[in-house]
Write a protein that binds this ligand. Sequence first.
Ligand code: LER
Ligand code: MN
Length: 265
Amino acid sequence: MKLACQENLVDGKNLKEKVAKLEYFGFDGVELWGRDIEDRLDEVKESFKGRRIRISTICSGYRGCLLDSSLEERKMAMDDIKKLLIYTSELGAVGLIMVPIFGAPRLPDLSPFMGVRELEEKLLLEELDDLGEFASEHGVYLLLEPLNRYETHFIKSLDDGASIIAQTHRKGIKMMADFFHMSIEERDIAESLKNHIDDIAHVHLADSNRLLPGMGHTDFKEPFKVLKQGGYTGYMALECGVPGDPDILLPKTVEFLHEQINSIS
Ligand code: LER
Ligand code: MN
């Protein structure tokens, strides 16, 4: 299991300095934001040149929405996601993180013919067939991310994500597990990870209050045990608040996480 950190959590005057710091702190990977990746491809490549640390993942950054009622919005999302998948591959990252929809539904309720949920699922499956194939051709994953109920009405748990993945051809599609969302939605984080270990290709780490691991009441030991014993070798990236000096708190968090991982029998 490898530790990564989102690029915005660390201080530095440019990406090169941030990457160097994260490597020094003991991280194995950096999660980059996808929004402006196209404009900074050269800077990104330059920042990782000659380093041990890698780009773990690209987080979102596409315009439009896959489940919008407007064809234009959906097409924008499809095109942007494909472009980002190409950059994900070019940068050697595992995958592109994708949330199908934030907030409330944008499709009409066609009951009794078809309810919103069924319509959303059918539409997403059609899109995932195309996007999954595309991701697979480029040797990367499209990583479906379940969010908590306050951020989406749609895919909220690993069960939800797995049920979607099970209906696809499975090529190029995996999901990721975010400990913060899971601390709200899952009955038992470790149990859910165990149930879906084969579908998981990335993890976001935060404590129950979305601060650094160790600052809330989430138990990390049991979930890490499940991941380790289940053969998970992917990244676990920090996506959380850093309430203080990152130069002090980030290395401390690496130490805390290594302690948790190393204490697993
Ligand atoms: C949003 O809460 C989140 O967890 C991000 O990873 C979404 O891309
Ligand atoms: Mn997340």
